[in-house]
Design a protein around this ligand. Structure first.
Ligand code: NAG
Ligand code: NAG
Length: 456
C-alpha cells in the first residue's frame, strides 16, 4: 500500500512539474497594440532554465524564448515574454527548462486594428463555488478573446476556512490550486488581473504566528510575483496598475486598494501594505494618451476592485480622487467587484443619475460584477433566496440587502438599473467600433439575465 502511494506520488510529481500555466498580453508594436505574449507558470524547485518553445503548428515549434524565474516563499514563478508575434495569429507553445516540456497549449495574438473583440469581465472568483463560472468559460472559450479580472483572484487568504487548514499553513497550496483550476482557460486566453483586498496578505493563524510568513506574504507579494502584467509597456507598476489596447478598446487596470488617498488598504489590510507610487498622475497621463487615439479605439474601459457606486451609495474618497478624470476624458465604463453581486447603474456623475440611456451618455456607466462564485458567497446567496421567498412581491432584479443580509429591500436609488444577488454570474462584452454590448450571464444556467449596449 505504501509503495503504491509512493509510486502514485512520484507520477503526479513528474506529470505536474510545470503547473499553473497562464498568459497575458505583452509588448507594443509601436502603434499601441500588444504584439507579444507573456507566458507564466510555476515549478516546485527552480529549473536549469526558463524556456518557452513555440511555433505556428503543434508539431512544429521551432522558436525558443528564455525568461526569468524567482521565488518569494517556496515555489518558483517563471515568466517569459514572446516578442514580435504576428497579429491575429494562432501560436502553439510549451513551457519547460529547455530539455523537458509541458503539454502543448495555444493562443491567438491581438488583432491589428479595430476588429471587434469579445472579453469576459468579473471580480471575486474563488476556488470554492467557482466551478459554474469555470465550466462556462471552458465551454465558451472559443468565443472569448480576453479576460479582465477585477481583483480578488482565488481567495488564498481565506484558505484557513478550508477543511484542515485552520492552523495548518494552506495559503500557497490554495493559491496554487486556484491557478491550476484556471489553467485550461488562462493558458489560452490572456488573463489580465488587478489587485483586490484578498491579494493584500496572508493572515490566518499559521501566517500571523510566523515572522517569516508575515514578512514574505504581505504587501501583495504573492500576487505581484505570480503574474506578469504589461506594466513595463504602459508605465504602470508591477501588477498593481497597467493599461493595454485590444481591438477597439483601451483597457486600464487600477489599484483601488492602495492607489489613491483614503483607499481601503492604503496603508494596511491586516498587515502593512501600500506605497506603490503615484497612480493618479499615471492615470491622467494614460488617459491623455488614450483620448488621442479615440478614432482608432473608441472605448475606454477602467477596471478596479472596489466600487465607486454601490447600492446607491458613493465611496466619497474614491470619487474625489478619480471621478473628475472619468468625466474629463470621457471614460465609457467603470467595472468593479468586491461586493458579491451584480449591479448595473445608469450613467452617474457626482452621485446623480445624469441620463437613463446608454446612447452616447458622455459620462461613465458603472457596472459591478462581483459574484462569479467564491468562498464567501454561497451562504449569503442562500439567505437571499430565503428572503425572496418570504417576500414574493419583490422583483429579484430590483433588490438589495440591508445590514449584512438580515433584511431585503427594494432598491430605491434611481442610479441602479438592475441587480442580481442570487446567482453566480460574469459579464461578456462584445465591442466593435460602433457599439459596446455587455451581457451579464448567470453561469449556472448559461442564461443572459441582463444586457445593455453603449453607443457613441
Ligand atoms: C510594498 O511594496 C512596494 C513595492 O515594492 C514598496 O514600495 C512599499 O514600500 C511596500 N510597502 C510596505 C508597507 O512594505
Ligand atoms: C456635486 O454635487 C454637489 C451637491 O449636489 C454640488 O455642490 C457640486 O458642485 C457638484 N460638483 C460637481 C463637480 O458637479
Amino acid at each position: 500500500m505504501k509503495l503504491l502511494f509512493l509510486g502514485l506520488g512520484l507520477l503526479k510529481a513528474i506529470a505536474a512539474e510545470y503547473t499553473q500555466v497562464h498568459i497575458a498580453l505583452a509588448g507594443d508594436d509601436g502603434r499601441g497594440n500588444s504584439n507579444g505574449m507573456a507566458v507564466s507558470w510555476q515549478t516546485e524547485e527552480d529549473t536549469q532554465a526558463t524556456v518557452v518553445k513555440y511555433g505556428l503548428s503543434s508539431d512544429d515549434m521551432p522558436m525558443v524564448e528564455t525568461g526569468t524565474s524567482s521565488t518569494y516563499y517556496s515555489t518558483w514563478d517563471h515568466h517569459t515574454v514572446l516578442a514580435d508575434l504576428a497579429p491575429d495569429t494562432k501560436y502553439f507553445y510549451a513551457v519547460g527548462d529547455g530539455e523537458t516540456f509541458s503539454e502543448t497549449f495555444q493562443f491567438t495574438t491581438s488583432p491589428e486594428g479595430g476588429e471587434s473583440v469579445t472579453f469576459a469581465v468579473w471580480g471575486d472568483l474563488g476556488l470554492v463555488n467557482g466551478d459554474s463560472t469555470r465550466e462556462y468559460l471552458e465551454e465558451n472559450k472559443e468565443d472569448i478573446d480576453l479576460i479582465f479580472h477585477l481583483g480578488d483572484v482565488g481567495y488564498a487568504d481565506d484558505s484557513f476556512l478550508h477543511l484542515g487548514c485552520l492552523f495548518r499553513f494552506c495559503y500557497e497550496e490554495k493559491f496554487n490550486e486556484y491557478m491550476e483550476s484556471m489553467e485550461p482557460i488562462v493558458s489560452e486566453i490572456p488573463y489580465h488581473v488587478m489587485p483586490g483586498n484578498h491579494e493584500a496578505d496572508c493572515h490566518d493563524p499559521a501566517c500571523l504566528l510566523s515572522a517569516e510568513r508575515r514578512d514574505k506574504l504581505s504587501n501583495f507579494t504573492a500576487y505581484n510575483s505570480r503574474f506578469r502584467m504589461p506594466s513595463e509597456e504602459s508605465g504602470g507598476v508591477m501588477n498593481m496598475w497597467h493599461s493595454f489596447n485590444y481591438g477597439p478598446v483601451h483597457f486600464v487596470a487600477l489599484d483601488l486598494e492602495t492607489g489613491f488617498p483614503g483607499a481601503a488598504e492604503e496603508k494596511r489590510y491586516v498587515l502593512k501594505c501600500g506605497g506603490f507610487g503615484d497612480q493618479l498622475t499615471w492615470l491622467r497621463e494614460d488617459l491623455e494618451e488614450a483620448v488621442k487615439h479615440r478614432e482608432e479605439r473608441p472605448w475606454i474601459v477602467l477596471g478596479g476592485h472596489h466600487p465607486m457606486y454601490n447600492g446607491g451609495m458613493v465611496d466619497p474618497k474614491m470619487a474625489a480622487a478619480i471621478e473628475p478624470l472619468l468625466a474629463e476624458f470621457g471614460v465609457d465604463v467603470f467595472f468593479t467587484g468586491h461586493v458579491h453581486s451584480y449591479e448595473r447603474d445608469w450613467p452617474v456623475f457626482n452621485s446623480t443619475t445624469v441620463v437613463k440611456s446608454y446612447s452616447n451618455p458622455g459620462i461613465p456607466t458603472h457596472v459591478m460584477i462581483g459574484g462569479p462564485g467564491n468562498d464567501e458567497m454561497r451562504d449569503a446567496q442562500r439567505r437571499m433566496e430565503e428572503l425572496l421567498e418570504e417576500h414574493p412581491g419583490l422583483d429579484p432584479s430590483r433588490v438589495s440587502t440591508q445590514a449584512w443580509y438580515d433584511s431585503l429591500v427594494e432598491v430605491n436609488s434611481d442610479m441602479i438599473a438592475v441587480t442580481d444577488f442570487t446567482h453566480f454570474g460574469i459579464g461578456i462584452v462584445h465591442a466593435d467600433m460602433e457599439s459596446f454590448k455587455m451581457q451579464y450571464v448567470q453561469t449556472t444556467s448559461g442564461e443572459v439575465f441582463d444586457e445593455f449596449t453603449l453607443t457613441k
